[in-house]
Unconditional design. Structure first.
Length: 166
């Protein structure tokens, strides 16, 4: 079997869909809640705060995502890859919330064998590892498809192949 791809992991926003969230406004709200100016990197900052504040930030983040939902667009290159790998185990990783992720997938008629959202982990490499552990597949047989350098670095860290969607 060698290095045959058995499982494909897709990023959501920027890879399969474009969800135009007003991140500038969202970051302003997060800064207010945390009482700090520098919230970069966001995953790192949110992983170190208490559950109450994180839950409040996630609720606001979800509100912004649902506000952007009517302007949702498909990313054709990502959709073509989704179709290409229809005979493989297909999973999804995203920093979107679970509720909006389900709404997006229903709206664009996509389905996955397993979904990992920000509620599961704020770190892409951990999200990928959760999927690999669930399916007990060697990372060499896993392909990650994403649109960011951070997606590529996370895939490489875990030992997966990677394809960019532009």
């Amino acid at each position: 079997m060698g290095n045959e791809v058995r499982l494909v992991i897709f990023d959501l926003d920027g890879t399969l869909v474009s969800l135009p969230v007003d991140y500038d406004k969202l970051k302003l709200e997060i800064r207010k809640i945390l009482g700090i100016d520098d919230i970069s990197p966001i995953s790192e900052k949110l992983s170190k705060i208490d559950d109450v504040k994180r839950k409040k930030i996630f609720e606001i983040w979800t509100k912004f995502e649902f506000e952007a939902l009517p302007k949702l667009k498909l990313v054709e290159e990502g959709i073509e890859l989704y179709r290409k790998y229809c005979n493989k185990i297909r999973c999804l990783v995203t920093l979107q919330g679970r509720r909006v992720t389900e709404a997006i997938l229903e709206r664009v008629n996509l389905s996955f064998d397993f979904i990992v959202t920000r509620e599961n982990s704020l770190f892409r490499s951990e999200q990928i590892e959760l999927i690999i552990q669930k399916f007990k597949i060697n990372p060499k047989n896993v392909l990650m498809i994403g649109d960011r350098e951070s997606d590529k670095k996370a895939a490489e860290k875990v030992g997966c192949k990677f394809i960019y969607v532009k």
